[in-house]
Design a protein. Structure first.
Length: 513
C-alpha cells in the first residue's frame, strides 16, 4: 500500500509540518481507497485511533494519528475474501495500553456476516482476532450499535437487511469473542427500521435503546421509540417521542423529529437522557394557525424517562438559536469533563446557500453545559470539499474530535479527515475557514442578579428581550446592552432573545437561581 500523503491546509502553496498543537484539520489523501470513518478513540498520550472503511465497500483499516495530526501506522482488517467493518472502539478494561474493536466480518464467498472482536495494542499490533459464531446464518448487518458494559463485556445490536427479513439481533459477547446471550427480534420490523443508539443506565444491569420503529409493519408511519431492556433482552417501551412545542409571545414553534440513521441518545443521569436528532421546525401564529417559516435543523434535547422534554436547543435554524440557513444532519453528541466542569459537545453538518458553490456543506460544533446553555458555537467548512462527518468524541484536553470523509467531486473520491478543536473551539492554525456563528457571549449562567453580555465589534445589537416560560416578555433593552438586571425576577428558566441591527435574531436559555 502506498504511503499516505498528509495534506495540511496551512497554505495555498503546499504542505508543511506542524509543531505539536491542540487544534488541527487534516485530510489524509490516498489514491487506492475511498476512506470514511466509523469509530474513534483517544489513547492515554492523546493520540487518536480511528476505524475507517472503504466507502465503496472493499476494505477496512485501523489507523493511529498522533496528538498533532501525523499519521503513524495502520492495521488492515480486511482482505480479498472478507470485508470487516468496525462499529465501536473501546479501552481494554484490564490494560490501559491495549484496545478492543467490535464490528462485523462478511465473507465474500458465502455472503455470511458475523460479529467480530479484535484485540490490539496502542501501536496497532494485533493481539487476537475472534469471529463470533451465531445460532443461525445472517447476510447483511445494516445498522449496528455497540457498547462495553460496566461488567466488562460487549453489547452488540444490529438491524438486518432484506435477505434476513429486516429482523434485529441483540447479543452479549465476552471480550474473548464468546457469545454469552443472543436474541432475535421481529416485532415492528420493516425496511428502514434503524437502531440509533444503545446505552447503559448508571445503575448498571439495565440498558436502553433508541430507534426509529414502525407503528405497524409495512407502513411508512414511523416514530422514535425509547426502550429499556435487561440482561435477558426483555424489552419495555419507555416512551415514543413526538413534537416539541414552545410558545413565545405571539409565536409558536414546533419541532418535529425526523427519522434519520444518525440520531443518538445517551444518559445524563439516573432518569435524564440527552438526544441528538434531525428536526423539522416550523413557526406559526397560534391564533390564526398560519405557518410563516419552516426549516430543517438539528435538535439537541434532554428529557426524563417519562418523555417530558426538559431543555432543548435547535442548531441550524433561521429563526432560533443561530442565524444560518442550513439543512442539518446530526453527527453525534459526546459528554466530557475538564477543569471548567462537565460539558456537552454536539455536532452536525449540512448545507448552506450562503457558502461558496464549490463547498456548500459545513460542520457546526456547539459546546454547552448540562442544562444546554451555549458556551460557544462555531462552523467549519473546507474551501473545495464536502465534509461528510460521521463521528464526534470528547477529548482528554476538554476539546473534541470530529472525523469522517472529505469528498472530492472531481474524482468521486473520499479521503479521511480529522477536525480537532481545543476547549475554546479554535484551531491553532487557519487550515480551514472558521465561522463563529454566535456573535455574543453571556455570563454567568445560572445567574443570581445581573446577566453580563459582550458583543462582537461588528455585530451590534438593536434589541435584547427576556421571556419567561409562559412566553411573557419580562425585560426589554434598547440600549445599555452590557448588563440585564434579573435580581427581582423569580427563579426559573428564561429565553434570551437578541435582535441585531441587520435584523438577525438569536435565542438562548438563561437560568435564574
Amino acid at each position: 500500500m502506498k504511503k499516505l500523503l498528509i495534506i495540511l491546509f496551512l497554505s495555498l502553496y503546499g504542505a508543511v509540518a506542524f509543531p505539536q498543537r491542540e487544534g488541527f484539520f487534516n485530510v489524509y489523501e490516498q489514491a487506492e481507497k475511498s476512506f470514511c470513518a466509523s469509530a474513534a478513540i483517544e489513547t492515554e498520550d492523546e493520540s487518536k485511533i480511528i476505524a475507517v472503511y472503504d466507502y465503496y465497500g472493499s476494505a477496512g483499516e485501523l489507523k493511529k494519528i498522533s496528538n498533532d495530526g501525523v499519521m503513524l501506522c495502520s492495521l488492515p482488517i480486511s482482505n480479498e475474501s472478507a470485508f470487516s467493518g468496525i462499529v465501536g472502539l473501546f479501552h481494554d478494561p484490564f490494560n490501559l495500553n491495549s484496545f478492543y474493536a467490535l464490528g462485523y466480518v462478511t465473507h465474500q464467498d458465502m455472503q455470511i456476516t458475523k460479529p467480530l472482536v479484535i484485540h490490539f495494542d496502542e501501536d496497532l499490533n494485533l493481539i487476537d482476532w475472534r469471529e463470533v459464531d451465531l445460532p443461525g446464518e445472517y447476510h447483511q448487518f445494516t445498522m449496528s450499535r455497540s457498547l462495553l458494559t460496566s461488567e466488562g463485556d460487549f453489547l452488540f445490536a444490529t438491524s438486518l437487511g432484506p435477505q434476513d427479513g429486516y429482523h434485529r439481533l441483540y447479543m452479549r459477547i465476552a471480550l474473548d469473542g464468546t457469545l454469552i446471550k443472543f436474541h432475535e427480534e421481529t416485532e415492528g420490523c420493516g425496511s428502514g427500521v434503524m437502531i440509533n443508539a444503545i446505552f447503559e443506565f448508571p445503575e448498571g444491569n439495565r440498558f436502553g435503546e433508541y430507534r426509529n420503529s414502525y407503528l405497524e409493519q409495512g407502513y411508512l408511519t414511523e416514530v422514535q421509540r425509547l426502550f429499556s431492556f435487561d440482561d435477558d433482552f426483555v424489552f419495555d417501551t419507555l416512551h415514543e417521542y413526538g413534537p416539541i412545542q414552545q410558545i413565545n409571545g405571539d409565536t409558536a414553534c414546533v419541532v418535529y423529529l425526523n427519522s434519520v440513521a444518525n440520531a443518538t441518545a445517551m444518559t445524563l443521569g439516573d432518569s435524564v437522557l440527552l438526544f441528538s436528532h434531525k428536526a423539522y421546525e416550523k413557526w406559526y401564529n397560534p391564533y390564526t394557525n398560519t405557518t410563516f417559516a419552516t426549516d430543517n435543523s438539528s435538535v439537541l434535547f434532554s428529557a426524563g424517562l417519562d418523555g417530558k422534554p426538559l431543555n432543548y436547543l435547535v442548531v441550524g435554524s433561521r429563526n432560533d438559536t443561530t442565524e444560518t440557513s442550513f439543512s442539518f444532519n446530526a453527527i453525534d453528541v459526546a459528554k466530557g469533563e475538564s477543569k471548567d466542569g462537565k460539558q456537552i459537545y454536539h455536532g452536525c453538518f449540512g448545507y448552506s446557500s450562503f457558502l461558496p458553490a464549490t463547498s456548500p456543506y459545513n460542520i457546526t460544533l456547539t459546546k454547552t453545559d448540562e442544562l444546554l446553555n451555549v458556551v460557544w458555537q462555531k462552523s467549519f467548512f473546507h474551501p473545495s470539499r464536502f465534509l461528510q462527518a460521521t463521528i464526534l468524541t470528547a477529548t482528554n484536553d476538554g476539546g473534541c474530535l470530529v472525523v469522517g470523509g472529505a469528498f472530492d467531486y472531481s474524482s468521486n473520491h473520499f479521503d479521511l479527515f480529522t477536525l480537532k478543536v481545543n476547549p475554546d473551539g479554535y484551531l491553532d492554525v487557519d487550515e480551514i475557514i472558521v465561522q463563529d456563528t454566535h456573535p455574543y457571549t453571556y455570563y454567568p449562567n445560572p445567574v443570581q442578579s445581573h446577566l453580563q453580555m459582550q458583543f462582537s465589534p461588528d455585530m451590534q445589537p438593536k434589541q435584547v428581550e427576556l421571556y419567561d416560560l409562559q412566553g411573557r416578555l419580562v425585560r426589554t433593552l434598547r440600549s445599555g446592552f452590557g448588563s440585564i438586571d434579573m435580581e427581582q425576577l423569580p427563579a426559573g428558566t428564561y429565553t434570551l432573545r437578541v435582535t441585531l441591527e441587520d435584523g438577525k435574531t438569536y435565542s438562548d436559555k438563561v437560568v435564574k437561581e
